[in-house]
Design a protein around this ligand. Structure first.
Ligand code: BMA
Length: 368
């Protein structure tokens, strides 16, 4: 018993020590970005941050209401992590995203979340550069190859990245400092639904796309407020997780997008544990942040999903955050966080009161 406790204490101290000396892959990352990296790593030994996509922009029955979030309406606090979506920003012709949200509003909400001490992550459902249609347009093949150096769309791709860089650089705190962002480039690539998915390009092409995106934004555009996220969807083995991994020198956050679909509670919890088992040891060895970058149970049919599913799924491993997807204001049942009166709302209150779960007010200072 005593020996067990001693070993646990030593292990915890070693993790804290590793977190203290860990650095993001960008050697020139801003002070706040470096601090976020360290703090996310050390927080994972205490519990995980709860995240919600587009939390303050809209929810069930509302859009753009000041200081509102469905999460806060239920539990009294904002989520600790906020996801935002930049799809369509690359076109340079629209002031709203693919989800009809103004980019100016997204910027305003990112800065507000940062000012309150929250953590921001961005996804990018980038259009298909070949046919000009959406991320889900998989024809014609070869879109990824066309973006790479010497490809037919390489110059256009750089222009698209310039627009992403402009947005990232426009995120400024009250002292003019850049707001740190976890950027989840080319997510869910182990699936087959996006033009950068596993049936649409080779592992080498995917890795090159990822590395080019990082090096162009960081080294050419001098974007230094980003932690780079890698987030495949469900994979069937450790090899599957690492098949398209661009390398430890390119990735800060090792994550996965894992939705609860038709499985039972137990099956889904086991699925999350299994997926994490594929990469947690390697992530820890390299002092990388671990996350479930997208998750949730669509329409929340299970009244105890929070305490019976999300909590046990994420507390077995040192996960920094788990983020549920958006409460679409204009799509029926596209709902992942409860609103007042929703059947899982009471359970969500119990869940967010747990000391292992961080909502925004419970966070320590993340940027120092
Ligand atoms: C998807 C859905 C879509 C949305 C996209 C980008 O998973 O929520 O409705 O357009 O994410 O936010």
């Amino acid at each position: 018993m005593v020996v067990g406790k001693l070993i646990a204490t030593i292990a915890l101290n070693l993790i804290c020590l590793a977190a203290y000396s860990a650095r993001p892959v960008d050697k020139n990352a801003t002070k706040e970005t470096k601090a976020l990296y360290r703090n996310m790593l050390s927080l994972a030994s205490k519990g995980f941050m709860f995240g919600h996509q587009d939390a303050t922009l809209y929810g069930i029955g509302w859009k753009y209401d000041a200081n509102r979030s469905d999460c806060k309406s239920v539990c009294g606090d904002y989520p600790a992590v906020y996801g935002w979506e930049l799809g369509d920003i690359e076109l340079g012709t629209k002031d709203i995203s693919l989800d009809s949200i103004h980019f100016d509003k997204i910027r305003e909400h990112i800065i507000a979340a940062y000012s309150r001490g929250g953590v921001n992550t961005i996804s990018w459902h980038c259009n298909n550069p070949v046919d000009g249609k959406s991320s889900w347009s998989r024809e014609p093949m070869g879109a990824v190859g066309s973006l790479l150096p010497n490809g037919a769309n390489h110059e256009k791709f750089k222009l698209w990245l310039d627009r992403v860089a402009d947005f990232l650089q426009s995120l400024r705190g009250s002292r003019g400092e850049a707001v740190p962002i976890i950027f989840r480039a080319w997510h869910e690539h182990s699936g087959t639904w996006f033009w950068w998915g596993s049936t649409q390009c080779t592992p080498d092409q995917y890795k090159e796309l990822y590395r080019f995106t990082v090096s162009y934004l960081r080294d050419n555009k001098h974007v230094h407020n980003v932690l780079w996220g890698y987030s495949p969807d469900v994979v069937d083995s450790k090899e599957g997780y690492f098949e398209r991994f661009p390398g430890y020198e390119w990735v800060d956050v090792m994550a996965a997008d894992l939705y609860h679909r038709k499985e039972s509670r137990e099956e889904y919890v086991a699925k999350v544990h299994r997926q994490l088992d594929y990469f947690v040891m390697d992530a820890r060895r390299h002092s990388k942040i671990i996350a479930i970058s997208e998750m949730g149970s669509g329409a929340l049919p299970d009244a105890q999903w929070w305490t019976k599913v999300m909590l046990p799924a994420l507390t077995k491993h040192p996960v920094s955050y788990g983020m549920v997807w958006r409460n679409a204001y204009n799509l029926e049942n596209h709902l992942f966080c409860p609103y007042p009166g929703q059947r899982s709302a009471d359970d969500f209150k119990i869940f967010t009161a747990d000391k292992r779960i961080f909502t925004e007010n419970k966070l320590p200072k993340m940027y120092r």
